[in-house]
Design a binder for this molecule. Structure first.
Ligand SMILES: [Zn+2]
Length: 268
């Protein structure tokens, strides 16, 4: 197996994964989506809410706000010593109190106050509800770690996807430099130099649409994939750094494989 990082910043990670089967690539994708835990609000206690929105709608909106936290400090409630009833190792409390002093004042995610210093909304400017003068919201919310397989609010990514690594090849002998393929390419990556050289500027940009192959009357283009090279794109919601999401997913896969092996050993 070989990994090559193509692009990396706090929220995005693009990398090449080579020498693995499609099943492995998909297992990694699914673990990222469904099993890497993040923190999200799971319960809201309303002490006051006379805004235009029902408690349930506000609670739903609060649940979807991505929270940044150090997940290694917390346990999943199902794996916690408290048995999931809620303790400082698996649950944190946030409060929110706001009274609008004028009409059309907006309640933002940044108005949430976390009682845990390391946990806070990723973005402070997510609008929750527009309030009229005198309207009040007073709530207490409990957040815990959870997994995407239980609710999408616990998904650490807005997207995780992969594609086979494309290889676009030209037969320079057959090519008559008609420019058809270069004109049709939706990614505009086929370049022709002085009608004597044809090449692709960036193979990874190819979307495997095969338009170049279809329009080429000289049969001079081939778009191939090897079946064991993947281009992965991970886009974090901000709850966890993109790199952390991938390393955590690998840890989970490893733990599951070990559990599987020990179960097999017991049967044998
Ligand atoms: Zn606990």
């Amino acid at each position: 197996m070989e990994i090559e990082i193509i692009e990396k910043d706090e929220y995005n990670l693009k990398f090449l994964l080579k020498g693995v089967s499609p099943a492995f690539a998909n297992a990694l994708r699914r673990v990222i989506l469904a099993e890497v835990p993040t923190m999200a609000i799971k319960e809201v206690i309303f002490l006051e809410n006379n805004t235009a929105l029902y408690d349930e709608i506000l609670a739903h909106r609060l649940g979807l706000i991505p929270l940044k936290t150090d997940i290694d400090r917390f346990n999943l409630p199902s794996e916690c010593e408290c048995g999931g009833t809620g303790c400082s190792l698996c649950e944190i409390t946030l409060t929110l109190e706001k009274e609008a002093t004028e009409d059309h004042e907006i309640l933002y995610s940044g108005d949430l106050q976390s009682l845990d210093p390391g946990t806070e909304p990723v973005h402070k400017d997510i609008p929750i509800v527009t309030m009229l003068r005198g309207q009040r919201v007073l709530i207490e919310a409990n957040a815990s770690l959870g997994q995407g397989k239980d609710h999408a609010k616990w998904q650490p990514v807005s997207t995780v996807a992969y594609k086979y690594v494309p290889h676009v090849e030209f037969d320079q002998e057959k090519c008559t430099y008609c420019h058809e393929c270069a004109d049709k390419c939706p990614r505009n990556i086929i370049k022709i130099e002085n009608d004597e050289k044809i090449y692709v500027t960036d193979n990874l940009e190819c979307i495997l649409c095969q338009l170049c192959v279809e329009v080429c009357e000289d049969d001079a283009v081939e778009v191939k994939t090897t079946g064991d090279e993947f281009l992965f794109k991970v886009e974090s919601t901000g709850a966890l750094p993109a790199e952390k999401i991938v390393t955590k997913a690998i840890e989970i896969l490893e733990r599951k494989s070990e559990e599987f092996l020990s179960e097999i050993a017991l049967i044998a």
